[in-house]
Design a protein around this ligand. Structure first.
Ligand code: DHB
Ligand code: FE
Length: 282
């Protein structure tokens, strides 16, 4: 049987690319004027680098070969979500007062199985990792509870792999949609994820190795939180003191998004409380 440790960049990249194509409208509604402005600036920036750095034909051809390889490995979603999405998110959520957003990344799957709180994410029997109780309340910016808010949560396992993007994992492993109670409270049992290493055997990995960078994101929980009449938020939460919290390759950590779970007196489970605050729809 193929196991998750045999995951390849090409397989996870192809999955991320297929997922993106199914779900996103590409280029919808962008005017000619805007395309002219943005594509023009992008090309000017590239040409400025060529001229400033006196880029050689060897370097130009290496770059061309690398771009081709990113496509062949299906790694455009990975590349863009690691190195560009954080700025797009900054622009998109600039005017919010509630919970800080951060990047979605390439591994969200809509319509994960729904449960009412208190919930336990689907996981394997003896799922490796420290059990984690994640709890809190969904509120609006005035502090009022958001009854029945939906908390969608997905995260990597204890080896850093995501279900549906690595072989050998059950379909909805460590993914779920949890409905908060009438006061917005939720309790979700899961395990603490491991740091995530972006695939090293594809074109992105080659860039990282050749440039002398590292390939790691800190351990993180992904969320989409929504409630009627409110702007949904896409965010991630991290773990205080964890590896790569201070040097996330995806530049997606914000100080407001760092959790400090405590050990429960009754065993090896850790628990943490975090409230989600949603802005009203404009
Ligand atoms: C990538 C993976 C993630 O889990 C994430 O949160 C962001 C980016 C990636 O491989 O591109
Ligand atoms: Fe992630």
């Amino acid at each position: 049987m193929t196991t998750e440790t045999q995951a390849t960049a090409a397989a996870s990249g192809a999955g991320a690319t297929a997922r993106f194509r199914e779900n996103k409208q590409i280029g919808g509604g962008t005017s000619q004027e805007r395309v002219n402005a943005l594509a023009g600036r992008l090309l000017k920036a590239v040409n400025d680098i060529v001229l400033d750095e006196k880029v050689t034909y060897d370097e130009y051809n290496a770059f061309k070969a690398w771009l081709i390889q990113v496509g062949e490995d299906g790694e455009w979603p990975l590349f863009l979500d690691v190195w560009v999405e954080h700025s797009v998110e900054e622009v998109a959520n600039d005017n919010r007062h509630g919970t800080k957003g951060t990047i979605e990344g390439p591994y969200y799957i809509p319509d994960a199985p729904t449960q009412n709180t208190p919930a336990t994410l689907q996981m394997r029997k003896d799922e490796p990792g420290t059990p984690l109780l994640f709890q809190g309340q969904a509120k609006n910016v005035a502090g009022e509870p958001l009854a029945g808010a939906l908390i969608e949560l997905w995260h990597a396992d204890d080896l850093g792999f995501y279900s549906q993007f690595a072989p050998g994992l059950p379909e909805w492993n460590l993914r779920g949609s949890v409905i908060a109670d009438g006061e917005g409270y939720f309790e979700i049992n899961t395990i603490q994820p491991a740091p995530y290493q972006i695939p090293t055997d594809g074109a992105c990995g080659a860039l990282i190795a050749t440039a002398g960078w590292h390939a790691w994101r800190p351990a993180h929980l992904h969320f989409k939180v929504s409630a009627p009449g409110h702007q949904p938020i896409t965010t991630q939460l991290y773990f205080e003191g964890g590896e790569h919290v201070v040097d996330d390759i995806a530049s997606a950590v914000k100080p407001e998004l760092i959790l400090a779970p405590t050990r429960r007196a009754d065993g090896h489970c850790r628990e943490v409380t975090y409230d989600f605050i949603l802005d009203p729809e404009d």
